[in-house]
Design a protein around this ligand. Structure first.
Ligand SMILES: C[S@@+](CC[C@H](N)C(=O)[O-])C[C@H]1O[C@@H](n2cnc3c(N)ncnc32)[C@H](O)[C@@H]1O
Length: 179
């Protein structure tokens, strides 16, 4: 993995749930309806702020917030526990690597990755195939990318995703796995 520098960590770890509200907005604009009780995976969860927002907004039965960096997992666990008093039912924060997702095929309804794909470097296509594998048919992958976005876009189509919504300004793309 490409490790975050301390400057990047300091910046990333200041993010709050309100910084991710536009992700919910993008899913609505893409006409994606996430049912309560859905199963979700947030990859590269950082401090857990996006996971907490998804949890409150969509009431999933399962929401796994994963990060390859144990320090980030520790921080996300701490922040989530302090918000809810404990890690709430259905929400887990785990150390896991995007390129070896330890989850069954066709398991998740929604996978999110906010500013994570560029960390995968040459292994991006492996990570995308993993995401494709764990998503249900018709499931949704929402990613936001800054650097290498064009390379990521090519890799996404190679991995089997179909774009359904793109917000050029925010640089997020919602994709579906073919049903
Ligand atoms: C720029 S930060 C974004 C964090 C969070 N998504 C956010 O937007 O606040 C990228 C995160 O991806 C994690 N990461 C990097 N490579 C990863 C991998 N192979 N699998 C899972 N997480 C990874 C990093 O540890 C870091 O927490």
């Amino acid at each position: 993995m490409a490790k975050m520098s301390w400057i990047e960590k300091a910046f990333v770890n200041r993010r709050k749930e309100s910084n991710f509200l536009w992700i919910i907005d993008s899913l609505e604009k893409a006409n994606v309806f996430i049912h309560p009780g859905s199963k979700m995976l947030d990859i590269g969860a950082g401090n857990g702020a996006l996971a907490a927002l998804l949890y409150d907004h969509y009431h999933p039965s399962v929401l796994l917030a994963i990060d390859v960096d144990p320090d980030q997992v520790k921080l996300a666990k701490k922040q989530i526990s302090s918000k809810y008093g404990k890690i709430p039912a259905g929400l887990s924060v785990e150390v896991a690597d995007a390129i070896h997702l330890p989850y069954p095929e066709e398991y998740f309804d929604l996978v999110t990755a906010h500013l994570v794909l560029h960390h995968l470097g040459n292994e991006m296509i492996i990570g995308l195939r993993e995401i494709h594998r764990v998503l249900k048919s018709g499931g949704i992958f929402l990613y936001v990318e800054g650097p290498y976005k064009i390379r990521a876009f090519e890799a996404l189509s190679e991995a089997g995703f179909t774009p359904i919504y793109r917000n050029g300004k925010r640089r997020e793309i919602v994709l579906s796995k073919k049903s």
